[in-house]
Design a protein around this ligand. Structure first.
Ligand code: FAD
Length: 471
């Protein structure tokens, strides 16, 4: 019998599988996708957030534990388990050497609108290179890897999960998490690690919280995270954590594909201009805070607009100051011409621009700090980086909500053990809600997945080595 069965094929699953195999366990990993699509949302990532008390390899300055925790507290508004969060933060200080040992390489952090050189280590080649490196390490360690193996059921005996049921590969594309699907194979193991992500790719499930608007959402990551195993686990008695109606959503280019648009479809010039809805009206302060601290609210803001569509509008003063998205913006030499290209009524659009321009108080523009360029007497205000829109060419990017991940997960303890179960461990997005109850700080998804993945792998291997339960 297998010692450890890992369900999922992204960062958290791979970290767990590697550690379990290195502890001497016989490990199998089940990935829904085909080999060429392996790696889940982790392939889209670029960086991991790490604490450090002084400059370290690719990280500048210091990012102490308390500051990291304060950042987490601010975004979660206290919805976090402090013991688990601090454990993750502390272990993030030394995880890069482990990652390097398994083939991951890092690059110097980028400058620009993201302001991340102090806090986040960037993967050379991005998440795809990271995932590929881990799969190579997994193959070297003799981990059995099964692609096109969606788990469609869990077989429970008391407080143990004794086997996972693999469905036909087509089941990976189905949304009905409660249906009985044909089972192709049954796999037993002494310990199970569940790292199968959230349910963000399941649009009917998203519709339960968002109604018809969900039909206009785009999923930034893979199409395989449909929440099938999460649902099973909760139905089998696992305690749920995280608001099932909430998801992390950013504003992405409306022309992005339904799945896997990834990072290149994110529109990063919001704080450099203004955002209007299809009626040509502004609806939120574009300069409220640094972009990495605010980009995650814009998906939700756009989701509330008619047709779930909005436009980020800039002039030439913003060109070259942000990472250009993959699709070029609409461009025009005049603002009325731009409005026509956007299919937004010209008159209200021009009124919005004129009112905004009139309200801008000149200051010293500096995108690297919370500068003094703001509006006066305008609702909603633009509190930083407010420059008059008056220098052609003008550009506009269409925005839609892009869903990154959902918050619903299962409760775990510091050993990554799923509460209420004897031999079940969870890592990554499926348990991230224990640490990140709401909001987001860039790079913490990979921190949680890496740290809890390694813990889950070690604990699952250790459990398997002690396991004397009758099979
Ligand atoms: C565009 C984008 C950019 C991001 N950038 C960053 C970043 O730079 N830094 C950061 O920290 N976070 C980032 N995130 C968040 C990050 O992707 C997640 O926090 C992280 O990848 C979660 O890892 P995971 O292993 O839990 O899930 P995933 O990597 O999503 O893996 C889940 C795996 O489970 C498999 N699976 C699902 N259901 C089943 C089933 N029934 N049976 C078998 N297998 C199944 C999937 O195929 C997949 O392989 C980003 C997310 C997106 C979408």
């Amino acid at each position: 019998m297998l010692d450890v069965l890992v369900i999922g094929g992204g960062n958290a699953a791979l970290c767990a599988a590697l550690v379990a195999a290195e502890a001497g366990a016989k490990v199998m990993l089940l990935e829904s996708s085909a080999r060429e699509e392996r790696g889940g949302n982790s392939i889209h990532t670029r960086n991991i957030r790490c604490m450090h008390d002084e400059p370290q390899d690719v990280l500048t300055d210091a990012y102490p534990e308390d500051e990291y925790f304060e950042d987490l507290l601010r975004v979660t508004k206290g919805i976090t388990n402090e013991a688990l969060a601090r454990m993750v933060i502390r272990q993030s200080s030394n995880c890069r050497s482990w990652m390097r040992q398994h083939g991951v390489r890092f690059q110097p952090s980028l400058g620009g609108t993201l302001h991340l050189s102090r806090t986040n280590a960037f993967f050379l080649g991005g998440g795809k290179a990271l995932v590929n490196a881990y799969y190579r390490s997994a193959e070297r360690l003799g981990i059995q890897i099964r692609y096109q193996s969606p788990v469609v059921g869990l077989e429970c005996k008391g407080n143990r999960i004794v086997a996972a049921l693999i469905g036909e590969p087509s089941a990976a594309d189905r949304d009905d998490v409660r249906a009985d699907w044909p089972v192709r194979e049954r796999i037993e193991a002494k310990s199970i690690v569940i790292a199968s992500g959230g349910f963000e790719s399941n649009i009917p499930w998203l519709t339960e919280a968002w109604g018809e608007a969900a039909a206009n959402f785009r999923i930034r990551g893979c199409r395989f995270n449909r929440g099938r195993v999460l649902r099973q686990l909760i139905d089998a008695g696992a305690q749920a954590i995280g608001d099932p109606t909430q998801c992390h959503a950013v504003a992405i280019d409306a022309r992005a594909p339904l799945y896997d648009g990834g990072i290149v479809t994110r529109v990063d010039c919001v704080s450099l201009g203004i955002v209007v809805n299809t009626a040509g009206e502004r609806f939120y302060d574009e300069g409220e805070d640094f972009w990495p601290k605010r980009y995650a609210i814009w998906g939700r803001l756009v989701a509330k607009q008619a047709g779930q569509l909005a436009w980020s509008v800039i002039d030439s003063q913003a060109h070259g100051r942000f990472m250009p998205p993959v699709f070029p913006g609409e461009e025009a030499q005049s603002l009325p011409e731009l409005a026509r290209k956007m299919n937004v009524p010209v008159e209200p659009f021009m009124k919005t621009i004129e009112t905004y321009n009139d309200a801008v108080v000149p200051g010293h523009f500096d995108h690297a700090v919370l500068d003094d360029c703001h509006t006066k007497g305008l609702t909603p205000a633009k509190t930083h980086w407010a420059l008059r829109l008056e220098k052609p060419p003008y550009r506009a990017y269409p925005l839609r909500p892009g869903i990154t991940f959902t918050y619903l997960g299962v409760k775990v303890d510091e050993d990554a053990k799923v509460l209420g179960f004897d031999n079940v461990y969870a890592a990554g997005e499926i348990m991230a809600g224990n640490v990140l109850g709401q909001g987001y700080v860039a790079g913490i998804g990979m921190t949680i997945g890496t740290i809890f993945g390694r813990i889950a792998g070690a604990q699952a291997a250790s459990h398997a080595s002690r396991d004397h339960a009758p099979s």
